[in-house]
Write a protein that binds this ligand. Structure first.
Ligand SMILES: Nc1ncnc2c1ncn2[C@@H]1O[C@H](COP(=O)(O)OP(=O)(O)OP(=O)(O)O)[C@@H](O)[C@H]1O
Length: 299
């Protein structure tokens, strides 16, 4: 089956500065794909390349099997796009602006405007120029979702939304995926995509640094382990074990950090009487911080 998105060595330079460096990844149909990275990582650059709003310096992108450089009009018709800097026409009222945007798509989605606005608590009678930032973002969400596109490409979709609206948005994403739509969404906050994303890619300085499920990323992360023994233990037995670092033993308690599989540690522990075992899962934000700063690469 044709992939929703397929990138091969996609590269974009802005003059002499980098935007994106040889990015290769693919997004399956029906998948919710979280695209994460700190400010300036290259998320918007990637998304603009998918829409042919800018042209790559090298490599290729395919969207729904099409080359955006050749078939941009068809690609645009088949996707729902929320730009990171989405701007709706300020002088219009919300309802009129949304119906205008639907008319540009031959009327597709006009029949869902009322339901989506109601769901997001967006007043259609208000002028867009009088809306708060969060409510303007809701206009952007409605126009991206209303025609039930095969593929939603959303650049920082939760930007400015309050927690309630964020949750409604995440429900909309989950429902879209359940109905077979694909969602590619960027964010710089992991917790936003954690609940809905099937897979997550993390980019930093224009390069892909991680691509996995949330569970997979967690599995490879550093855990704090604390073991209490019934009697004295031999420190030497715990040094140099695969995946085990920062070993400290005080009285009958061992503390260490384990990366990846705890197998080597468990084999040694099996030779002792263990009274207690505590493994602390990494906080996701810590995990992503380590990818953002590059600490995870060195681990
Ligand atoms: N039009 C442009 N001209 C020059 N450099 C640009 C241009 N657009 C982006 N860049 C640079 O490319 C890099 C990636 O920017 P991009 O906007 O894609 O990042 P981002 O991950 O979307 O960040 P943010 O979360 O801040 O929106 C940055 O270093 C940025 O300064």
């Amino acid at each position: 089956m044709v992939k929703a998105i397929e990138l091969n060595g996609l590269t974009k330079t802005y003059g002499s500065s980098r935007g994106l460096v040889e990015l290769s990844l693919s997004v399956e149909r029906g998948e919710v794909f979280g695209y994460l990275g700190p400010n300036g990582a290259g998320k918007s650059t990637t998304i603009r390349l998918l829409l042919d709003l800018i042209r790559p310096t090298g490599g290729s992108a395919r969207v729904l099997g099409l080359d955006p450089r050749v078939d941009a009009v068809v690609v645009h018709a088949r996707i729902g796009y929320l730009a990171g800097d989405f701007v709706a026409p300020g002088r219009q009222k919300v309802g009129a602006a949304l119906r205008f945007l639907a008319a540009l798509r031959g009327g597709a989605g006009a029949d869902r405007i009322d339901a989506l606005c109601e769901r997001l608590e967006l007043d259609q009678g208000k002028k867009i120029s009088a809306l708060s930032k969060g409510n303007r973002q809701k206009v952007g969400l409605v126009q991206a979702f209303m025609h039930e596109p095969e593929l939603l490409i959303l650049d920082e979709p939760t930007s400015g939304l309050d927690p309630l609206a964020q949750q409604i948005f995440l429900d909309m994403v989950a429902e879209a995926a359940a109905g077979g739509q694909t969602v590619f969404m960027s964010s710089h906050i992991m917790s936003e995509v954690e609940a809905v994303a099937d897979r997550v890619a993390i980019i930093r300085e224009g390069r892909l640094v991680a691509l996995d499920t949330v569970a997979g990323l967690r599995a490879g992360a550093v855990r704090d382990v604390e073991v209490t023994f019934t009697g004295p233990v031999d420190t030497a037995a715990f040094t140099g074990l695969a995946g085990v670092a920062d070993v400290r033993i005080e009285a009958s308690t061992l503390r260490c950090q384990v990366t990846g599989s705890p197998d080597a540690l468990l084999r040694v522990l099996a030779g002792y009487q263990v009274a207690g075992l505590l493994v602390t899962e990494p906080a996701l934000e810590d995990l992503f911080h380590s990818y953002y700063t590059g600490e995870a690469d060195a681990a």
